[in-house]
Design a binder for this molecule. Structure first.
Ligand SMILES: Nc1nc2c(c(=O)[nH]1)N[C@H]1C(S)=C(S)[C@@H](COP(=O)(O)OP(=O)(O)OC[C@H]3O[C@@H](n4cnc5c(=O)[nH]c(N)nc54)[C@H](O)[C@@H]3O)O[C@H]1N2
Ligand SMILES: Nc1nc2c(c(=O)[nH]1)N[C@H]1C(S)=C(S)[C@@H](COP(=O)(O)OP(=O)(O)OC[C@H]3O[C@@H](n4cnc5c(=O)[nH]c(N)nc54)[C@H](O)[C@@H]3O)O[C@H]1N2
Ligand SMILES: [Mo]
Length: 760
């Protein structure tokens, strides 16, 4: 568990609690974002920067992956996008003097919030073996060092190349090319912790591991189900799309253990109505499901659709496979079981059925509330069943909408950042670059941690992200990292992963999205793919945080040449000088990117093909859309225990903490809180404001503890609790992962909640 901050750490975790909000965004949100941004950037820079977010000639917001509308609003950013931009465009700097002043032993005691608030990294830094401080190092010397450690490995598979989802298409393509020319498919990425379950389920059932709807589909849907997602905080611009759909007559069902303010009512800050009026009520039916009860809910809906003879027979016959098995499994669904699993009433589920049958087009949106469970993949497959039964795939206003996290996490996968690449992709690389790529599968995040822990991996390289804090089982992960020979992080900001290092460590500072990237071939732009498969350009305009930063593509190219030397025929120097040369290769390797340069130069970019959406073609093993008939499961909770989900507050971007408030949930000034129903707290002798320890129990008999959380009475589903990530990652066992996708089950941990000895 991350150590407590020292006394002079300005982060005082002293949560104050008021009533949760019932609406999101509107004027308070705009004011709030400008204040936050102003603190980091000053007033002028704030105005100049925010107006460029998500505009045609500007940069892609480094926040979430929600798409931009065809005609972006003049202020096409949200409160949390503004915070993401401010974090990057901050005027604060972490210089070599900072590292001289603060020994690693001290930095390792600091909170993630404190580290992040120091500002932008300015120079490459090196921690020598046994050294107490990082010291500055030149770029050439840094690349020599990485090359030396990689050359010393017994096999290329002893190196791990992690990616977080902000990396551009160009950088991602170069990075996977380098790793594969070096000889490994060890390319874990943040998807492994995030939407991997969606990818697994959708690839098997529909043949494409991505969402099948475009923004206009959402606008014209008659019913939108939002399950396991908190868009008011994590995808605020999605609320504008929901509002527009509502104005067109759509209805919305929300499935969530928590009532989330953003989904109750939305005051659109882009419209006069939203600024002064009461806003738009979004949710028509709130299903307060128990954690992990979603598969049972959708299974019962599927039974009812079949019983009511409301199946789209023509679609099912022409396009699907496995209907008889699904129908048999669905007919066997029982009410007792469904009500126990979901915590819902029969009337509520029947109401959801009526809304489903009344709608000619249905979209289901989801995020981490569905993907981070042991049975996440079967749950998402059941969602697919629900849509297939009524032909809600591949027609306007209908489809699957997994709402992606990081702004280019989907693009990174498209570019080949994947530990289990397809044979077709590797063949294309071989043809284009004339080398034999490794064919055996590489390590995902959880397996990379195991390999580091067991000494099977010795060099860890990260293209962005904060691996140590984002991964499960913090103690195990930190120990694993400390066993490495070398850890390297390409980063914009200081974080926990720079403080928990291998024997030697490097920090390689890089340009952010907002910054101008001038290379030998002139000023560059990069490209990204949003959650709906739209690819477009992103151009930074700000002066870089320091003259010593290199862009991510430049870092990869220089490293690749240094490591691979003349044995690589790839023109790394040409790629580093002009990213158009990289795009020309992407166009030849990745399907859907033909005429890449020309099409991405058009305003708004272009949309990648998606066979189920475009032509109701399903490139699966059966050549059809596959129904699934998995057994229904839900988490079982032993007597006296609760189910804990670990989620995001309104003031964070994953492990980057913007502030200590979670405004919509009524929490201010602290993050060590646990949300629990008054009755569930009372049963454990805990009043609101008391302090409690969280102990997670794992099936192998091991226990993990996180201490000193303030109890907050909150109207979550009975038997359920919620607390923030990453503070609670100590509680997630490394082996507790979803079947098939191997994603940590961050949303369903069995815990005991006991009065805290320390803080009573
Ligand atoms: N501002 C901001 N934006 C972000 C991020 C951020 O940290 N900050 N992170 C980005 C990333 S990488 C991602 S992946 C996305 C994450 O976006 P979300 O998935 O919205 O993020 P979480 O906070 O994990 O919220 C999970 C939601 O699922 C609900 N939930 C939990 N368990 C269950 C369950 O069993 N069933 C159902 N039906 N619901 C459940 C929770 O109550 C919560 O509302 O956001 C992206 N955007
Ligand atoms: N318990 C629990 N754990 C979770 C989750 C959960 O819900 N619960 N969610 C999971 C999810 S969905 C995800 S996606 C992962 C996130 O895992 P990561 O993607 O690894 O983590 P982030 O916090 O997004 O990474 C933040 C760091 O990225 C760096 N950075 C920011 N911008 C750039 C850039 O442009 N270039 C480079 N090179 N670096 C940059 C900064 O140094 C910053 O400190 O966490 C996962 N972990
Ligand atoms: Mo994510």
């Amino acid at each position: 568990m991350a150590a407590e901050p020292p006394a002079d750490d300005p982060v005082q975790d002293a949560p104050e609690v008021g009533p949760p909000r019932r609406a999101a965004a509107g004027l308070p949100a705009v004011g709030h974002s400008l204040r936050v941004a102003g603190r980091q950037m000053g007033v002028r820079r704030t105005a100049l920067t925010l107006l460029r977010v998500n505009q045609r000639d500007g940069f892609d917001c480094p926040g979430c992956a929600w798409p931009e509308p065809a005609k972006p609003h003049r202020a096409e950013f949200c409160e949390n996008g503004a915070k993401a931009v401010a974090e990057e465009a901050t005027k604060r700097r972490v210089t070599p003097a900072f590292f001289a002043e603060h020994p690693l032993s001290e930095l390792a005691e600091r909170s993630g919030y404190w580290l992040g608030q120091r500002g932008r990294l300015t120079e490459p830094m090196y921690l020598a073996e046994g050294a107490t401080h990082y010291r500055p190092i030149g770029w050439d010397e840094a690349f020599d060092l990485v090359a030396e450690e990689l050359a010393a490995l017994d096999s290329p598979d002893e190196a791990v190349f992690y990616t977080s989802g902000r990396t551009s298409n160009e950088a991602a393509f170069l990075y996977q090319l380098f790793a594969r020319e070096f000889g490994t498919n060890n390319l874990p990425d943040c998807s492994n912790l995030c939407h991997e379950s969606s990818g697994s389920a959708l690839t098997e059932t529909l043949g494409v591991g991505k969402g099948s709807v475009l923004l206009e589909d959402l606008h014209r849907a008659e019913l939108i189900v939002v399950a396991g997602q908190n868009p008011g905080t994590n995808h605020p611009r999605m609320l504008s799309a929901l509002e527009r759909a509502k104005r067109g007559g759509a209805r919305i069902i929300t499935v969530n253990p928590l009532p989330e303010a953003g989904l109750e009512r939305f005051r659109n800050p882009q419209t006069a109505r939203g600024l002064v009026g009461g806003g738009t009520a979004l949710t028509d039916l709130f299903l307060q499901v128990r954690i992990g009860g979603d598969q049972a809910l959708f299974r019962m809906l599927n039974r009812l659709i079949i019983e009511r003879d409301a199946v789209d027979r023509a679609f099912v016959e022409e396009h699907t496979h496995g209907y008889p098995e699904l129908a048999a499994a669905a007919r066997a669904a029982e009410w007792d079981e469904t009500l126990a699993a979901t915590g819902l009433t029969r009337a509520e589920i029947e109401r959801a059925l009526e809304m489903t049958l009344a709608a000619d087009s249905v979209v289901v949106c989801w995020a981490m509330g569905l993907t981070q469970h042991r049975h996440a993949v079967p749950t998402i497959k059941e969602v697919v069943n629900y849509l297939l039964l009524r032909g809600n795939i591949g027609r306007p206003g209908a489809g699957v909408c997994p709402v992606r996290g990081h702004s280019n996490v989907q693009g990174d996968r498209t570019m080949g950042i994947v530990e289990r690449p397809s044979a077709a992709f590797l063949d294309a690389l071989r043809t284009e670059f004339g080398f034999e790529p490794p064919r055996h599968h590489g390590l995902d995040v959880v397996n990379a941690i195991r390999a580091l822990r067991d000494g099977r991996a010795k060099v860890f390289f990260a293209m962005g992200g904060n691996f140590v804090a984002a991964s499960p089982d913090t103690e195990v992960t930190e120990r694993a990292m400390r066993r490495a020979r070398l850890t390297v992080h390409v980063s914009t900001k200081l974080n926990r992963s720079h403080c928990v290092t291998g024997a030697r460590a490097l920090i390689l500072p890089t340009l952010g999205r907002t910054e101008r990237d001038v290379r030998a071939g002139g000023e560059q732009f990069v490209t990204v793919e949003d959650s709906m498969g739209v690819v477009h350009a992103s151009r930074g305009r700000l002066r870089p945080a320091s003259g010593k930063l290199l862009s991510e593509p430049a870092i990869v190219c220089r490293l690749a040449r240094r490591v691979l030397g003349e044995r690589s025929a790839t023109p790394w120097e040409e790629f580093a000088a002009d990213y158009a040369a990289v795009r020309a290769r992407i166009a030849r390797v990745v399907p859907g990117f033909e005429d890449f340069e020309e099409r991405v130069s058009r305003p708004g970019g272009f949309t990648l093909p998606h066979a189920p959406r475009d032509e109701r073609r399903f490139p699966t093993a059966t050549g059809r859309a596959n129904f699934s008939a998995e057994p229904v499961r839900w988490p079982t909770v032993p007597e006296g225990r609760l189910l804990l989900q670990t989620l995001r507050s309104h003031d964070q971007y994953n492990t980057t903490i913007y502030g200590l408030d979670d405004r919509y949930r009524g929490i201010r000034g602290g993050r060590r809180v646990v949300l629990v129903r008054p009755e569930d707290a009372a049963e454990r002798g805990l009043a609101d404001g008391d302090f409690a320890d969280l102990t997670s129990e794992w099936t192998d008999g091991t226990e993990r503890v996180a201490r000193g959380f303030r109890v907050v009475h909150y109207p979550t589903a009975p038997g359920c609790a919620a607390a923030y990530y990453p503070e609670t990652n100590v509680l997630v066992p490394l082996d507790a992962t979803a079947e098939t996708s191997n994603t940590p089950v961050s949303k369903s941990l069995v815990i005991r909640l006991t009065p805290s000895a320390r803080c009573q």
